[in-house]
Design a protein around this ligand. Structure first.
Ligand code: NA7
Length: 543
C-alpha cells in the first residue's frame, strides 16, 4: 500500500460499495494508479447486489458470457459456467474470485455503513462518518451504492401481528426452507417471477398477490457446453467491441428493421423466433428496432404475448388475470415457463388490483373482499427504491452544505450518470441519468472514465472537478428528450420511479444506448473537460 498523495487526507480515495462497481473502482485506483484507497461495505463480504439477493431462483437474465468484467483477458479466459444464464451463487463466486485475484478485500472494511459524507470547502476533502462513529477523509469519493439495492418494503396494516415469517427478496437470509409450507408472494417483477418458478414445486401452496400482470417471455436457459464457452472466449475481442458499441449491451446485435415497415404476419414469425430463442431484452430489441417506440409494433408484440398466455394457461379466468392491460414498455421480463406455473394445483393467483390487500392478520393476508389467505410465510418481491434509494439514506453534503436529498427534491438528476454540480470530486457509479443496459459493461465504462479523470487531475495537479450546472441541466434534458422518443415513460415502473409511493417521477436513465454513452464520455475527455469546472474557488476560499 502506497502513502497518501493528498496532503492532510487519510486516503486519496474512499470507495463505498463492494459490488461490481466498487470492486473495479478499488482495482483501478489502487492497483493501476497506486492511490491510497479505503473501501467500505455494509455487508460482511464482497458481492453487492449479489450478496443480498440470495432468494430462491435468483438468476441474472443477461447471458453468462457477458455478465462479467471485460477488462482482464486472463479473467475472461478463466471464466466458466454451466448454463446460458448465471445463478446468484455463481455470480457471487465470480465476484469473490475477482476480489481474490486483485487482492481487493485488503482495502475493504466490511460490516460498516457510511452514514454521512461531507465535502469540506476549506480543505477540498471529503469526510465520511461510519455507523460506528469512525471518520475518514479523502480527496475523492466514489460511490458504488447499487442501482437496484435499497429495498422497497411497503407497509400494510396489521403486519406486526402476523405470526408467520416475512422475507424480502433483496435481504434474503441463509438457510430458509419453505418446503411444505403455505407461502404468499407479493410482487411479480423480474424478482417475483423467479421466486414463483423456483418455489412452486417446493412449497405446499403458493399464493401470488399480483398487482400488475406482466409480459413475460421465455428466458431460454439451457446448458452451455465447453465448446460453446470456448467459442465465446476465442471471440471475446469482437464480442466486447460489439457490446460496447451496442445499445442495451446484452451481447446481441439489435435489430435495425422497423417493425412498422413489416406486415403483421411477418412480425408474428419474428416474435415466434424470438420466443423460441428466449431472452427478454432480445424479444424487445432483437426483433425490431421500434417495439419500444412505435405504438403499433408495441401492440403487435403485446398481442403476441397475450395470445401465448391464452394458449398456455388452462383456466381462462386465471389467463384473464395474467393478461396485462397496459403497453409493453417496462423492463422486459423473461423466465422459464412463467405462465405455465399457474396450471399447477398448488399455485393460486390473487389479483390485488381488483381486490386489494386490506391487511395482514395473525394468520395471513386478508383482501378487501374479506377473503383471507392463510400463510406460513410471506415473501416481499416488491423491488427497490431504484437509483437514488441508497443515496438519500446517507447524509451527503456538497458545497455550502447542500444535501443530495435537497438537490434531488424533484427526482434524482445528474451529469453523465456519475457527477453532480456542487459535489466536487464525488463520482457515482450508476448514479442518475446513466445508461439503461446490461450493467457490467456500463459500470466498467464509468469506472474507467472516473479513473482516467482522476489520473488527469493528479497529473495536472488539480484539486477539484465538478460539472457546471448548465452541463448537468443539458445532460438531463438530453435524457428527457431521448426517453420521450420511446414508450417507456408511458408504463409505470421503477425506471421512472413510479413504484415508490410519493417518489417524484423523473427521467433517471440515459436511454441512448451504451455505444452513444461511451462516445459522450469520450468527447467530454477529448474536449479537456470543457463542461467541468476545475479548482473552483468559493467566495470564502478565494479571500
Ligand atoms: P419490480 O420490478 O419493481 O417489481 C416489484 C413488484 O412488486 C411489482 O410487481 C409491483 O407491482 C409489486 N408491488 C410493489 N409494491 C406493491 C404493493 N404495495 N402491493 C402489491 N404489489 C406491490 O422489482 P423486482 O425486484 O422484481 O425487479 C427490479 C429490478 O431488479 C429488475 O427489473 C432487474 O433489473 C433487477 P406493480 O408492477 O408496481 O403494480
Amino acid at each position: 500500500v502506497t502513502a497518501t498523495k493528498t496532503p492532510g487526507a487519510d486516503f486519496d480515495a474512499i470507495v463505498i460499495g463492494g459490488g461490481f462497481g466498487g470492486l473495479y473502482a478499488v482495482h483501478k485506483l489502487r492497483n493501476d494508479q497506486g492511490l491510497h484507497v479505503k473501501a467500505y461495505d455494509n455487508a460482511s463480504d464482497v458481492g453487492g447486489t449479489w450478496y443480498w439477493n440470495r432468494y430462491p431462483g435468483a438468476l441474472s437474465d443477461t447471458e453468462s458470457f457477458c455478465y462479467r468484467f471485460s477488462f482482464d483477458k486472463e479473467l475472461l479466459d478463466q471464466g466458466s459456467w454451466q448454463t446460458r444464464y448465471l445463478t446468484q451463487p455463481e455470480i457471487l463466486e465470480y465476484l469473490n474470485n475477482v476480489a481474490d485475484r486483485f487482492d481487493l478485500r485488503s482495502s475493504y472494511q466490511f460490516n460498516t455503513k457510511i452514514v454521512s459524507t461531507r465535502f469540506d470547502e476549506a480543505t477540498g476533502l471529503w469526510h465520511v462518518v461510519t455507523d460506528k462513529g469512525e471518520t475518514a477523509s479523502a480527496k475523492y469519493l466514489i460511490t458504488g451504492l447499487g442501482l437496484l439495492s435499497a429495498i422497497n418494503k411497503p407497509t400494510f396494516c396489521g403486519i406486526d401481528d402476523y405470526a408467520g415469517d416475512i422475507y424480502h427478496t433483496g435481504a434474503w437470509p441463509e438457510g430458509v426452507d419453505l418446503s411444505g409450507k403455505r407461502v404468499g408472494i407479493i410482487g411479480t417483477g423480474s424478482t417475483g417471477i423467479q421466486v414463483i418458478i423456483a418455489l412452486a414445486p417446493q412449497v405446499k401452496h403458493l399464493t401470488v398477490f399480483q398487482r400488475s400482470a406482466q409480459y413475460v417471455v421465455p428466458i431460454g436457459n439451457w446448458p452451455e457446453d465447453t465448446e460453446t464457452i470456448d467459442t465465446y472466449k476465442a471471440n471475446y475481442d469482437e464480442i466486447w467491441k460489439q457490446i460496447k458499441s451496442s445499445n442495451v449491451a446484452f451481447g446481441f446485435v439489435e435489430s435495425t428493421v422497423a417493425g412498422i415497415d413489416v406486415p403483421e404476419a411477418e412480425r408474428e414469425c419474428v416474435f415466434e423466433e424470438a420466443w423460441q430463442r428466449g431472452g427478454g431484452f432480445r424479444f424487445m430489441f432483437e426483433t425490431f428496432n421500434d417495439v419500444a417506440i412505435s405504438d403499433e409494433v408495441n401492440t403487435s408484440a403485446a398481442n403476441f404475448i397475450k395470445r401465448k398466455i391464452a394458449k398456455i394457461v388452462k383456466d381462462p379466468e386465471i389467463a384473464r388475470k395474467l393478461t396485462p392491460g397496459d403497453i409493453y414498455a417496462k423492463r422486459p421480463l423473461c423466465a422459464t415457463d412463467y405462465y405455465g406455473v399457474y396450471n399447477r394445483k398448488n399455485v393460486s393467483l390473487a389479483d390485488v388490483k381488483d381486490d386489494p390487500i386490506a391487511e395482514f392478520t395473525t394468520r395471513g393476508i386478508r383482501l378487501a373482499s374479506g377473503i383471507e389467505h392463510e400463510l406460513d410465510a410471506v415473501i416481499f418481491a416488491t423491488g427497490f427504491d431504484a437509483v437514488d434509494g441508497n443515496y438519500t439514506k446517507i447524509d451527503i453534503r456538497g458545497r455550502g452544505g447542500v444535501t443530495i436529498r435537497d438537490k434531488w427534491a424533484d427526482g434524482p438528476l445528474g451529469y453523465l450518470g456519475m457527477m453532480e454540480a456542487d459535489f466536487p470530486n464525488m463520482f457515482m457509479i450508476l448514479g442518475p441519468n446513466g445508461p439503461f443496459t446490461n450493467l457490467p459493461p456500463s459500470l466498467e465504462s464509468q469506472v474507467e472514465w472516473i479513473s482516467d479523470t482522476i489520473a488527469t487531475m493528479e497529473a495536472d495537479g488539480r484539486s477539484t472537478i465538478e460539472p457546471t450546472q448548465e452541463a448537468e441541466d443539458a445532460w438531463v434534458e438530453t435524457c428527457r428528450t431521448i426517453a420521450n422518443m420511446t414508450l417507456f415513460p408511458k408504463a409505470e415502473s421503477w425506471i421512472f420511479g413510479a413504484n415508490i409511493p410519493g417518489k417524484k417521477n423523473a427521467v433517471m436513465f440515459y436511454l441512448g444506448g451504451l455505444g452513444n454513452y461511451r462516445s459522450e464520455l469520450q468527447s467530454v475527455r477529448n474536449s479537456g473537460y470543457e463542461s467541468m469546472i476545475f479548482d473552483r474557488q468559493t467566495a470564502t476560499t478565494a479571500l
